[in-house]
Design a protein around this ligand. Structure first.
Ligand SMILES: Nc1ncnc2c1ncn2[C@@H]1O[C@H](COP(=O)(O)OP(=O)(O)OP(=O)(O)O)[C@@H](O)[C@H]1O
Length: 333
């Protein structure tokens, strides 16, 4: 299938006006009569493109600017400057047209009607999106089956548990066969079984229908299972944009070696001289953390074996979660 650019973001900036509160006893009153604001930059010169059919994780620490970018892509916020295009359209100028082509799941907010039964809420979505009857029937059948929604169809949305509601949200977001699905923290607070259902459905629509996925999450399993590309943002800037494998290669050279020893080591000087990052010993268990681009595991092992007996040994590569933590930390220091 031919790929084309479906999302284009160029030199995007977003500033929010934040109120400066007066301090002291009469501060609240002064806030009312003498309002002071400062500008805070939430998104600072961000550029990226997404090809149709890609599944991209858009990640970063709290307050990094992820939701702000997504809100501009969805069209609920206008940029302060720069360009946002979704399928060649400027979302905030064409909100309704944009809405027909995209699906949105915000983990913290609902797009369903709170007080009416789920089935009616989904029927309203059919009218809003002008979904042809046949397509609606087929999709309702397919998604309510996969997401296990049959038994909740007559229950008011406000009476659904978080997991049930999130499954319903995903169903509502997919009924009109969107070309792009924006998922903002979709698995937050869900149990492992529901998370798995979610992930397998998202993988399916990406693989079978080449639906483009832009996923914001703090859950590393979501990323590993769903996305081949990762964009990392912090303080409104992009820190990394590339394949997940590349992220692991560039920032995942740290390894941890755990050795079960016959006897305790007297000192770690020689090991440190090899260039390792840290050595810890508890009873006869030794843990060594090192960068495999600086020192090889075999150099460490042969150094230890020259003076001691090793009973068992495990070498672990750094987890993706740790890689991303390091990336955020490097940015802060
Ligand atoms: N409506 C608003 N008015 C003022 N400042 C805002 C507003 N919305 C967000 N911000 C600020 O903009 C920055 C980016 O926020 P944003 O919600 O985009 O971050 P995020 O990466 O989605 O964070 P999280 O992972 O916590 O959801 C934060 O410093 C936040 O306080």
């Amino acid at each position: 299938m031919e790929q084309q650019t479906i999302i284009k973001v160029q030199n995007l900036h977003k500033q929010y006006k934040q109120m400066i509160r007066h301090e002291g006893k009469w501060g609240g009153l002064q806030d009312l009569v003498n309002r002071k604001h400062k500008l805070m930059t939430a998104v600072d010169n961000v550029s990226f493109e997404v090809e149709s059919g890609e599944a991209v994780a858009f990640i970063g620490p709290n307050g990094a600017g992820k939701s702000t970018v997504i809100k501009m892509l969805v069209g609920v916020l206008a940029p302060t400057s720069g360009l946002v295009e979704v399928e060649g359209r400027i979302p905030h100028g064409n909100r309704l047209e944009n809405a027909k082509r995209i699906g949105v799941v915000f983990g913290q907010r609902t797009q369903l009607f709170w007080d009416i039964p789920l089935s009616e809420s989904l029927h309203l979505a059919r009218h809003m999106y002008k979904i042809p009857q046949q397509q609606f029937k087929e999709n309702m059948l397919k998604y309510s089956e996969v997401l296990g929604l049959h038994e909740y169809m007559n229950v008011a949305v406000r009476q659904l548990s978080l997991g049930q509601r999130m499954r319903a949200e995903l169903c509502a977001a997919l009924l009109h066969n969107p070309r792009i699905v924006f998922l903002d923290e979709p698995t937050i607070g869900l149990d492992v079984v529901v998370k798995e259902k979610f992930r397998s459905l998202i993988r399916d629509i990406n693989e079978k229908y080449h639906t483009t996925i832009l996923l914001t999450t703090h859950d590393m399993v979501d990323i590993e299972q769903l996305c081949s590309r990762v964009i990392v943002i912090d303080h409104g800037n992009i820190l990394f944009d590339g394949k997940l494998d590349q992220l692991k290669r560039d920032f995942g050279s740290e390894e941890k070696m755990t050795l079960e020893m016959d006897s305790k080591l007297d000192d770690f000087r020689e090991i440190y001289e090899l260039g390792v990052k840290s050595v810890e010993q508890e009873d006869r268990t030794l843990q060594i953390v090192y960068d495999n681009r600086r020192v090889s595991s075999s150099a460490i092992i042969s150094n230890i074996l020259s003076s001691y007996t090793v009973k068992d040994l495990i070498v672990q590569q750094i987890e993706i979660e740790e890689i991303i933590k390091n990336l955020y930390k490097n940015r802060l220091t």
